[in-house]
Design a protein around this ligand. Structure first.
Ligand SMILES: Cc1ncc(COP(=O)(O)OP(=O)(O)O)c(N)n1
Ligand SMILES: Cc1ncsc1CCOP(=O)(O)O
Length: 723
């Protein structure tokens, strides 16, 4: 067999020790493994006389030859020469590569154990046919292992040898079995070079049915792991340009809506302190919380389409065992896991717990403060005080740390702080939302993990978007709560925060929006009943502020025709961040790219390439009310564009006008025919409320009462006989 044709996918290394082989026959085990499809076998026997070893190896060689699979001998060049088999595997303490090559010749396959970059480069340079990279995880099969390098170590070696231009075949070894093989491969593979396979001992030799075990491993090795989707896609993009950096803002609203619509399960294995608060946060954002710290339940829960939060805030040995069970179950079900390594650097127990959890399964999101993320990265020299974080890194160092950790673990990493950093290992975002108030109450950090879990459960195919959407939802709600006049401290902040979380969700889900089209100073003298348009718009802006309906404003050629009229400016200022856009335009329609791509309008993109196959929704439309001028030009074109984009349009007849009054009636008739609803401000307001029991009812009724005279005048003046 030519060297380049060797299939390293599943590499069997033998072991005849009773602890592994038991009473099975080694030849039979190897024969079964070969039947299953093992592509290379190494005879590794640490005990026995040379003659005995040669005899056993000869017998094995007869079997491997039948399957046209190479047999290598561990350590012993003499045995390999005596048997005449295809090669050897040598470690760092064995015969050196150059001597082995001289003795065995160019055709022999020689593999070399490497556990760091220097050894790997030296072996590649020296002409090794393959590298045995390890030890990945501690294993009872080899107790004299010097270096446990984890998947991060394997990946580092692969990246460096690829950078140095080597294509040497590579397998990894140590503690690999069916429960971790997909993750090991997924997390080990570098962007430029991947592993050719894995080498195992006990997973096959120690299995009750070696053939079935090898078949199972091969089937796992040949298919992508359930959690690989979006990051694999993005990894491919890495070599391409910065232009690929996704614009996430248009995708935020759809994630919040997806949580509202799918009510995903948020399975929290969280600490005792925050259980109640985290459950309330989950409810406020529209998720379905279950607070279960019992690992045995996870197998069932993982099948319900949700996500798991492992928060090690009050870790203990039982808890750790439960986390591992749940992590395994969620990994097997292909459902996302959020890891919150609370207080990771505070104690030795916690540092060890982090290592145990990281080695036990794949984590989709790792979220922590600076100290926690440093500890997870393995780079925290400081002693963390409790669960708090002090910051010593610069902004660029923080960004670099989250990117490196995300890249290493192939997951999304969030570092919380005054500025939060989020990375998928390729792109990194800084988020400056939130309020110091969040730090004044316990459980906010932990319930951010809960919020992320719900978002990621609804948008598993695009984890980083889900994570950022969850963070924005959470932090903007906190800002809004903090600004409320009824909030005077941490006690009043908590209920207000829950209210704002829920309110953002309802606002985003409801899709009610308002557009104020070109109500500018210079139009004043020319427009029919311009003052009525202004008074109706005032009424709508006041009501929109009470009902938290986002507002979009435009002006036509502001430099020449002036800004939006001064009567409306205080109301726009009062509406604050509800004014989602205030744009100048030359196009007649308000449907500018910046508005069309705004989260409130971009829901139709939720059915696009980034949508989660399991939860994709039909494109959702917004309900948009329009006021402004002129009815037959800008208002008409905006309404038609909105209708074309699939939105519902409400033209507020007592709030639109034109230069000539005759144009108005014709424009409204045309829009009605095109599918718009032509209605009045009062009718729209009552339709929005739907129920006199809503908390805002009183405020809106007051607005209606206070503006009753103006409304009458507007109806009289503007509508006349036109509808
Ligand atoms: C495929 C493969 N990789 C690594 C090893 C380990 O070899 P070594 O470091 O020589 O340790 P021992 O096997 O001699 O204990 C291996 N055997 N096979
Ligand atoms: C030979 C060797 N080298 C590093 S770990 C190891 C043993 C791997 O055994 P197992 O697959 O049973 O963990």
């Amino acid at each position: 067999m030519r060297k380049e044709d060797i299939d390293y996918t599943l590499y069997l290394v033998t072991d005849s020790s009773p602890a592994i082989l038991g009473d099975r026959d080694l030849n039979h085990v190897v024969e079964e493994a070969l039947e299953a499809g093992v592509g290379i076998v190494q005879f590794r026997e640490k005990k026995g006389d040379t003659r005995e070893l040669i005899e056993k190896a000869r017998a094995l060689h007869q079997i491997t030859k039948k399957h046209n699979v190479p047999l290598l001998i561990n350590d012993r060049v003499d045995v390999a020469l005596a048997v005449g088999c295809e090669g050897i595997h040598i470690g760092q303490d064995d015969m050196d590569l150059a001597t082995a090559r001289r003795l065995l010749g160019e055709d022999a396959i020689i593999g070399v154990t490497v556990s760091n970059v220097e050894q790997a480069i030296e072996a590649c340079q020296g002409g090794a046919d393959y590298l045995g990279i390890g030890t990945v995880y501690a294993t009872p099969t080899k107790t004299n292992t010097k270096d446990i390098i984890g998947t991060a170590g394997v990946r580092n070696i692969l990246d460096h040898i690829a950078d140095a231009g080597y294509t040497t075949r590579s397998v990894c070894i140590g503690g690999i079995n069916a429960s971790n093989v997909q993750r090991v491969l997924f997390q080990s593979n570098g962007i430029r070079k991947g592993l050719d396979g894995v080498a195992v001992v006990s997973a096959v030799v120690g299995a009750a049915n070696p053939k079935a075990a090898a078949l199972h491993l091969l089937s796992l090795l040949k298919r992508p792991p359930p959690f690989s989707s979006d990051l694999q896609r993005k990894s491919q993009a890495l070599s391409e340009t910065e232009a690929l950096k996704p614009d996430l803002l248009p995708l935020i609203g759809p994630v919040i809506r997806a949580v509202h619509e799918t009510t995903p399960l948020s399975h929290n294995m969280t600490n005792l302190v925050v259980q109640n608060f985290a459950a309330n946060v989950a409810l406020a954002i529209g998720a379905s919380p279950i607070m279960s710290n019992y690992g045995e339940e996870a197998a069932d829960l993982s099948k319900l389409g949700g996500a798991l939060v492992i928060n090690m805030g009050t870790v203990n040995p039982d808890g750790l065992a439960n986390y591992m069970k749940a992590l395994k179950a969620y990994n097997e079900a292909g459902r996302p896991v959020v890891f919150d390594p609370v207080g990771a650097g505070a104690t030795t127990i916690r540092r060890e717990a982090v290592k145990t959890i990281m080695a036990a399964g794949y984590l989709d999101v790792i979220k922590g403060n600076e100290g926690e993320i440093k500890t997870v990265f393995g780079d925290n020299k400081e002693q963390q005080r409790g669960v708090d974080s002090s910051s010593t890194l610069s902004a660029s160092d923080k960004a670099s740390l989250v990117r490196r950790l995300a890249h290493r673990e192939k997951c999304v990493v969030v570092m919380t702080g005054k500025t939060d950093y989020v990375s998928d290992g390729i792109f990194t975002w800084a988020i400056d939302n939130g309020t110091p108030r969040l730090g004044e109450v316990t459980g906010t950090g932990c319930s951010l993990g809960t919020t992320i879990s719900a978002a990621i459960a609804s948008r598993q195919a695009d984890r980083v978007t889900a994570v950022i959407a969850a963070m924005l939802h959470f932090e903007i709600a906190a800002e809004l709560a903090d600004e409320r006049p009824d909030v005077s401290g941490p006690g009043t902040f908590i209920p207000a925060f829950l209210d704002e979380l829920s309110r953002i969700r309802m606002d985003t889900a409801s899709g009610n929006l308002s557009c104020v089209c070109d109500i500018q100073e210079k139009f004043g003298p020319a427009i029919f009943e311009f003052d009525k348009v202004i008074s109706t718009t005032r009424k709508l802006l006041l009501s929109a502020t009470h009902l938290r309906i986002p507002i979009f404003v435009t002006t036509q050629n502001r430099a020449r025709l002036g800004d939006t009229v001064s009567e409306l400016q205080p109301l726009l200022a009062q509406a604050g961040d509800l004014v989602r856009a205030d744009l100048d335009k030359t196009r007649f329609s308000m449907w500018l790219p910046a508005i069309a791509s705004h989260p409130h309008f971009s829901s139709s993109s939720s059915g696009g390439a980034g949508a989660d196959a399991t939860t994709s929704q039909p494109p959702q439309s917004s309900e948009v009310a329009i006021v402004g001028i002129e009815s037959h030009i800008c208002v008409t074109q905006t309404a038609l564009d909105l209708l074309n984009a699939g939105h519902s349009v409400y033209v507020i007849a007592d709030g639109v006008s034109s230069t000539r009054k005759e144009e108005v009636g014709i424009a409204l008739a045309r829009l009605r025919q095109a599918g718009a609803v032509v209605t009045t401000s009062e009718s729209w307001l009552y339709e929005l409320m739907g129920d006199a029991a809503i908390p805002e009812f009183k405020a809106i009724v007051n607005v209606v009462k206070e503006t009753a005279k103006e409304t009458g005048a507007a109806l009289q003046g503007l509508l006349g006989s036109k509808i």
